[in-house]
Design a protein around this ligand. Structure first.
Ligand SMILES: *[C@@H]1O[C@H](CO)[C@@H](O)[C@H](O)[C@H]1NC(C)=O
Ligand SMILES: *[C@@H]1O[C@H](CO)[C@@H](O)[C@H](O)[C@H]1NC(C)=O
Ligand SMILES: *[C@@H]1O[C@H](CO)[C@@H](O)[C@H](O)[C@H]1NC(C)=O
Ligand SMILES: *[C@@H]1O[C@H](CO)[C@@H](O)[C@H](O)[C@H]1NC(C)=O
Ligand SMILES: [Cu+2]
Length: 204
């Protein structure tokens, strides 16, 4: 039991963020910074999720105390054209972050699409994708796990829907001096360990 918990801790201490819902095309801790999908093939339809236009849950675990999030979608035949599903989210705190009902794009109903989550973090821009298809109907019920951890808070940035990844206005503006020092590899793991230990204690 104890060694398993240690393994879980080691894995999560390394992970930047892990997309849990919808089903990710894949997660590679080392290659998560590779656009557009953290090194996974954007054309893969593995684990495709139906996404009701009225809203579907979006859930992740983050190990960064401060991030800006972009949650976007593109058509599979036009992956250079990602459109925001919600405004940029400014989020604080480590653990689970879940938006219960992220709306779909009605004009793309029934077509193969790709969801992309971008984390603007102290480690830079990090990416995960999911194969989705927008479908009519009322909002999907979120999983029981769709909760914000105690320390997790977030707000939408008004009028901030369309910033592109790599745009310096989004990648630098949120980085406080404290966050920059946190990004120092020498101080990072130690500062990360304390909140994660507390957080994992809640999980196990
Ligand atoms: C993608 O496919 C849809 C549906 O077939 C079509 O309407 C649209 O023009 C296509 N877009 C591109 C860029 O090929
Ligand atoms: C988590 O926090 C965000 C931002 O406040 C909120 O929109 C969302 O509804 C919360 N999630 C849940 C499951 O309550
Ligand atoms: C970045 O965003 C700003 C403000 O939205 C815009 O004026 C600028 O052209 C963008 N730069 C790039 C490289 O996209
Ligand atoms: C929440 O934040 C407080 C203050 O930063 C910290 O002491 C506590 O360990 C955090 N709790 C969790 C579950 O991360
Ligand atoms: Cu990270």
């Amino acid at each position: 039991m104890f060694p398993i918990r240690l393994l879980a801790l080691a894995a999560l201490t390394e992970a930047h963020f892990v997309l849990q819902v919808p089903t990710s095309l894949g997660f590679s801790d080392v290659l998560e910074g590779t656009a557009p999908c953290g090194s996974f093939d954007i054309s893969s339809r593995a684990g495709e999720s139906s996404w009701p236009l009225a809203g579907a849950p979006f859930q992740l675990i983050t190990t960064h105390p401060q991030s800006d999030w972009q949650i976007r979608a593109a058509l599979l035949n036009d992956t250079a054209n990602f459109q925001p599903l919600v405004p940029v989210v400014s989020q604080q705190g480590t653990g689970t972050f879940c938006l219960p009902a992220v709306p779909g794009i009605a004009a793309w109903e029934g077509q193969d699409a790709v969801l992309q989550a971008i984390q603007h973090s102290a480690d830079g821009e990090l990416y995960q994708c999911a194969a989705i298809k927008f479908v009519p109907g009322s909002a999907a019920a979120g999983p029981q796990s769709c909760k914000n951890s105690t320390n997790v808070s977030a707000s939408f940035k008004p009028g901030s829907t369309a910033s592109s990844p790599g745009n310096s206005s989004t990648t630098t503006s949120h980085k406080s001096a404290a966050e920059k020092s946190w990004a120092d590899p020498a101080s990072g793991p130690l500062m990360l360990a304390a909140p994660l230990l507390t957080w994992l204690a809640v999980l196990y």
